[in-house]
Design a protein around this ligand. Structure first.
Ligand SMILES: Nc1nc2c(ncn2[C@@H]2O[C@H](COP(=O)(O)OP(=O)(O)OP(=O)(O)O)[C@@H](O)[C@H]2O)c(=O)[nH]1
Ligand SMILES: [Mg+2]
Length: 433
């Protein structure tokens, strides 16, 4: 096991969560020898203060770690200065996150995404090394000489271009699949939320299938999609990579094809761990909202899901629901509903109830009058309508008139059955196609 010393710099205004940092370190498989903390504003040279750097130097001699890991984000020049001064490999929080991603990536896509994020991160550091070499420094990037460092920069650029192209292909592929699903009448649901909130457990509970679930961060990196039903309507639910505070743009970019499932969804379930203290839930809720905003997906209907309600009391849940509503209101966020569930115990009633109410209000559902002339066809039409929409009323005379909410994507399917469709409330008739 690799041994490390962790460093956390808190600013006066914002404390860094030591607990989360320790979790990240253990998720990455490190043995932590010591954690050194400092409260001060960022120094441009070392991020932490000069005195602290000397303190760490002494600690390094004493404890002999393999690496020093910062809980803060380091600028390329800080990373460079620190490793020069301390004579040891230095990484920061985001490289640590990437190391965890690297371990977990299973699919080809996830592997490419992790590699892209890594290269994107290294790029400015390598550029900094080249700049320093030009200023007379001897050491290049990770002990490479000047020529090697320059070659490495070329390699990074070439590889990034190649990966981006490959990811584009995957994305196009997935878009085709998604279109097909929409055409067969599925409602698309995306699970979003902080890592370890219980998204994969919820996906399993909704669909009764086995997706890896672990009490560790970033268990899921690839996309997993499965089907289930909400009062006869077919729904596809997609699990996504977990969020984390201030998810930096380079990770969002690299994981864009995964997060794309959120962008394309009809409904977002924002999963939160109800067993945590309110301050944590608040922090993670806001971090998740931040990512959704970056993905331009805040205008979609969102259901906030307080998961793990088996670990707390009904009163606590009630308070936390209120807090979430207040918080959302104060930020001008529209949340369709806040529900509480236990994915683990399969207690999902509140969620199904909210979904049931929400689905028919989706813009892709419209109220139609469906006129079936041939009585033989009525059972088939009714069964199709039941699976893709909601029947409001059936009137039988010499012809059958059905009032129902249906999904726009299904109009073709219905006209194929030879029925007549009219958008209810408007006289406009739909052309057969
Ligand atoms: N008690 C309890 N534990 C739960 C519940 N839902 C999930 N868990 C536990 O929470 C941990 C994380 O669950 P996951 O489903 O892997 O979480 P995730 O959001 O998919 O995490 P990432 O894939 O890492 O983003 C696991 O140990 C689950 O067993 C619940 O309703 N009650
Ligand atoms: Mg997961």
């Amino acid at each position: 096991m690799m041994k490390v010393i962790g460093v956390i710099r808190h600013s006066q205004r914002k404390r860094v969560s030591r607990e989360e940092f320790e979790e990240l370190l253990s998720s990455a498989g490190y043995e932590v020898l010591d954690i050194i903390e400092q409260v001060r504003e960022e120094s441009p040279r070392y991020n932490i203060g000069k005195g602290k750097v000397q303190e760490i130097k002494v600690k390094i001699e004493e404890l002999k770690p393999d690496k020093v890991i910062f809980a803060n984000r380091l600028t390329p020049s800080q990373a460079y200065n620190l490793s020069k001064e301390l004579g040891i490999e230095i990484i920061d929080k985001w490289q640590l996150v990437l190391e965890i991603f690297e371990k977990r990536a299973r699919s080809k896509e996830a592997k490419l995404q992790v590699e892209l994020a890594n290269l994107q991160y290294e790029l400015p550091i390598v550029k900094e090394a080249i700049r320093r070499i030009k200023l007379g420094d001897k050491a290049g990037f990770k002990g490479m000489g000047q020529y090697q460092t320059q070659q490495y920069l070329k390699h990074i650029r070439y590889r990034m271009g190649k990966i981006r192209k490959e990811l584009e292909r995957v994305k196009a592929d997935r878009a085709v699949k998604r279109k097909r699903r929409e055409e067969v009448g599925f409602i698309l649901l995306a699970l979003a939320g902080y890592t370890n909130a219980g998204k994969s457990t919820l996906l399993n509970a909704l669909t009764r299938e086995e997706v890896a679930v672990k009490n560790q961060m970033f268990t899921t990196l690839g996309t997993i999609t499965r089907a289930f039903k909400v009062s006869r309507k077919k729904v596809l639910v997609t699990d996504t990579v977990g969020f984390i505070d201030n998810l930096p743009p380079f990770i969002v970019e690299a994981f864009h094809s995964t997060l794309e499932e959120i962008v394309q969804a009809d409904i977002i379930l924002l999963v939160l761990d109800a067993s945590e203290p309110w301050t944590e839930i608040k922090r993670k809720f806001l971090a998740s909202i931040h990512v959704l905003r970056e993905l331009k997906s805040l205008d979609k209907p969102i259901i906030a899901v307080l998961n793990k309600n088996d670990l707390t009391t009904p009163e606590d849940i009630k308070d936390k629901k209120e807090e979430i509503k207040k918080l959302a209101d104060s930020r001008g966020l529209v949340i369709f509903d806040v529900v509480s569930i236990s994915a683990k115990l399969n207690d999902l009633d509140e969620l199904f109830d909210a979904l049931d109410r929400l689905i028919l209000t989706l813009p892709k559902f419209k109220l139609f009058e469906i006129i079936v002339g041939d009585i033989e066809k009525v059972p088939r039409v009714l069964s199709l309508l039941n699976s893709i929409g909601e029947i409001v009323e059936v009137k039988e005379n010499e012809e059958t008139r059905i009032l129902a909410y249906i999904q726009m994507g299904m109009i073709k399917e219905l006209t194929k059955l030879g029925v007549e469709l009219k958008q209810a409330g408007e006289s406009k008739e739909l052309e057969d196609s």
